[in-house]
Design a protein around this ligand. Structure first.
Ligand SMILES: [Cu+2]
Ligand SMILES: [Zn+2]
Length: 185
């Protein structure tokens, strides 16, 4: 009996080692391509899709292209939040602002700012918006401390009011009215 088991175990061991090498080989090109683009479908407090945001990580900068419609006209705070969970209607599930450096909120805050802070969104009378924003301190590349695609992901959130750029933790920007979960592409 035992003289059959030992060769079997040795064969199994080799198979596992070989399988390990095989999966490493296939993973390398995938991770080299990963972390370049992501997208987020934007939903409102009813869970209705109202737009989308595209994220492109290239040459050390992250560009966000966002378009949406059906928004209340005026100035709205917009941020990257720390979790890729958009549960309507209050979107509290998205957590706080993306803040891997442990700063306070706001570009005008001496103790600021969060890496997830963004310039306010200006929505026209028609309720539509189309903007492009470039950020330099965040990435989509996995494994980096400033990666939006970290373990729990990230989301992009639009607020009911303008961000005052200084009040911690969210610039007095009011309710969360739109949310989109970042998905790697
Ligand atoms: Cu926010
Ligand atoms: Zn913030």
């Amino acid at each position: 009996m035992t003289r059959f088991i030992w060769p079997l175990l040795i064969t199994l061991g080799f198979t596992i080692v070989l399988a390990g090498c095989g999966s490493m080989k296939t993973k390398v090109p995938v991770s080299a391509d990963a972390g370049k683009t992501a997208e987020a479908i934007l939903i409102d407090t009813d869970g209705t899709e109202i737009g989308e945001a595209h994220f492109t990580d290239a040459d050390g900068a992250l560009t966000i292209s966002l378009r949406a419609e059906g928004l209340p006209p005026g100035t709205h705070g917009i941020h990257l939040h720390e979790k890729a969970v958009c549960t309507p209607p209050d979107f509290k599930s998205a957590g706080s602002h993306f803040n891997p450096k442990g700063k306070q909120h706001g570009f005008d805050n001496p103790k600021g700012f969060h890496l997830g802070d963004l310039p306010n969104l200006e929505v026209g009378e028609d309720g539509k918006v189309a903007v492009k924003v470039t950020m330099h301190d965040v990435t989509l590349q996995p494994g980096k401390p400033n990666s939006l695609l970290d373990g729990d992901g990230s989301s992009i959130v639009i607020h009911a009011e303008a961000d005052d750029y200084k009040t911690d933790p969210a610039g007095n920007s009011g309710d969360r009215i739109v949310c989109g979960e970042l998905k790697s592409k």
